[in-house]
Design a protein around this ligand. Structure first.
Ligand SMILES: [Zn+2]
Length: 254
């Protein structure tokens, strides 16, 4: 079995001491690539460094949606443009209406997100999207701006909201926390297998919220999907690997 972890934060300080072992454990489970997204410029720089050292890592760069600093967003746009050849994704970016509640601030959030959508289209990069309590708004913005290569990570909206994304040909990445989330189980039940990916979102969204998550745990999400869809684990893994490659053609393991 092989898989691609399509959303993780491998620069996180919790991996500082044992990243080698964490990556070895992932490989032993069948992981052939990990997309490491960023939350700010420091993370993005660290991702580039790590990707030089560890061939399994593929860097993404983006600004976490609760960061409303236009100056930082503009710096990030420039960074992405300058490093476009090394990056596989713009992320994580998106909308978070859980943390950001004032309309004025949400407007800034949408403005920054719009910039990332346009940039992803222009550079042909995957948009690795965060949405929290903002599923409908994220979907309508992506449609309005005709986003092309879209991955919705940890999507927390209703399955019916996801339908428009399926019709647009987007992908939804499923984390190991599915084992403790009714909402994610429902989402998987309703999504076609052809529009699903697997992700760890390491170090969070693991099967046990109190423990550090790691890419090897993607197999837990694959097993849960297999069970819900009543399809063999191998078939699920094979289809999701193919989906990952349809989206991330740039990753050489495809
Ligand atoms: Zn994340």
């Amino acid at each position: 079995m092989k898989f691609i972890d399509t959303h993780a934060h491998m620069y996180d300080s919790s991996f500082e001491d044992d990243l080698d072992q964490v990556l070895k454990r992932a490989e032993a489970k069948g992981c052939s690539a990990i997309v490491s997204v960023s939350e700010n410029l420091d993370d993005a720089l660290k991702n580039l460094e790590l990707a030089e050292k560890h061939k399994i890592l593929f860097p993404g760069a983006g600004l976490f949606p609760t960061n409303l600093d236009i100056g930082q967003a503009e710096e990030m746009y420039k960074f992405i443009e300058a490093n476009r050849e090394k990056l596989v994704a713009i992320g994580e970016v998106g909308l978070d209406y859980w943390k950001v509640q004032e309309e004025e601030k949400r407007e800034v959030q949408r403005q920054i997100f719009k910039g990332f959508i346009e940039l992803a289209k222009r550079l042909g990069l995957v948009l690795n999207v965060h949405s929290r309590s903002a599923g409908r708004h994220v979907v309508s913005m992506l449609i309005e701006h005709n986003a092309q290569k879209v991955q919705l990570h940890g999507f927390d909206a209703k399955a019916s909201t996801a339908t428009a994304g399926v019709e647009a040909g987007w992908f939804f990445s499923i984390p190991p926390s599915i084992v403790r989330s009714r909402q994610k189980q429902k989402l998987v039940k309703n999504l076609p297998l052809t529009n699903m990916l697997v992700e760890s979102d390491s170090p969070v969204l693991g099967p046990d919220p109190k423990k550090r998550n790691e890419p090897a745990n993607c197999t837990i999400a694959l097993e849960a999907i297999a069970e819900i869809k009543e399809i063999s684990l191998n078939k699920v893994a094979e289809q999701l690997f193919e989906n990952s490659c349809r989206l991330y053609g740039k990753v050489p393991v495809c």
